[in-house]
Ligand binder design. Structure first.
Ligand SMILES: Nc1ncnc2c1ncn2[C@@H]1O[C@H](COP(=O)(O)OP(=O)(O)OP(=O)(O)O)[C@@H](O)[C@H]1O
Ligand SMILES: [Mg+2]
Length: 225
């Protein structure tokens, strides 16, 4: 179906890209949205979960405030592609992220069963509001948690964005294939970052300026200053 592969995929020896899970974390104004915009710019099938309505204002992105209308649009444009933002209702972020996650899993069922190779990318801004710490303990069948663990089998790339890394459920962080750590302000977030990177990166991490980041993927760490 999709002729071009999503840029967030890594090509394996078999030529089949694995769907990725990327975390982008950092204090306000450090450049998270800009990084996510850069990553998704060339992609053909993207859904933004957009609590602040920021992505909805992007050129070429169509915004929805009801999941049913978004579902219709995704079904209609399944083959040719889509860039859609869903703006959840205030206070309903957790339940609506789950509802949307269930739907994305459903429409990507053909990928899981080998009928097509079209991946999609799901970008979740303000992830701490929709998948906060404790989500998986509260409900082990959390549909977004399922995407974190199994989404790659459905060709669903995830990009989670948050100012407050320690307030995002660990199931997302633990399943990330790559993490961009920008400048952080909160000690609790800095502690988690140092744990992820190793104490030898403490100074480099704490001295990051806006737009600078440390990228970690597996054992590889890259400092972008
Ligand atoms: N690499 C960069 N070089 C220059 N300016 C940048 C860079 N990255 C981001 N900016 C600018 O910095 C400002 C904040 O960037 P951005 O909106 O990406 O931050 P953010 O981390 O998403 O902030 P928030 O947490 O408030 O959503 C924007 O005006 C953006 O254009
Ligand atoms: Mg932002």
């Amino acid at each position: 179906m999709a002729k071009k592969q999503n840029k967030t995929t890594a090509t394996t020896a078999t030529g089949i890209g694995q769907a990725q899970r990327l975390g982008i974390f950092g204090a306000s104004g450090c450049g998270k949205t800009t990084k996510a915009r850069e990553i998704t710019a060339g992609l053909r099938r993207v859904v933004y979960f957009d609590p602040l309505g920021e992505w909805a204002r992007e050129k070429g992105v169509i915004a929805y405030v009801t999941i049913s209308k978004l579902q219709q649009a995704l079904r209609r444009n399944f083959v040719q592609g889509f860039k859609c933002a869903f703006i959840p209702s205030f206070g309903e972020e957790e339940s609506q992220l789950q509802e949307l996650s269930r739907f994305l899993t459903l429409i990507q069922d053909g990928y899981a069963s080998g009928q097509h190779r079209a991946q999609l990318t799901f970008v979740i801004d303000e992830l701490d509001t929709s998948f906060p710490t404790g989500s998986m303990q509260k409900n082990r069948k959390n549909a977004f948690g399922f995407l974190c663990c199994r989404g790659r089998h459905y060709g669903i790339n995830l990009i989670g964005i948050s100012q407050r890394m320690h307030l995002v459920d660990n199931v997302f962080r633990a399943n990330c294939s790559g993490i961009y750590l920008f400048r952080h302000a909160e000690p609790a977030d800095i502690d988690i970052g140092v744990k992820m990177l190793g104490t030898e990166y403490r100074n480099a991490f704490k001295s990051l300026d806006n737009y600078q980041y440390i990228y970690k993927s597996g054992q590889k760490i890259f400092v972008k200053k």
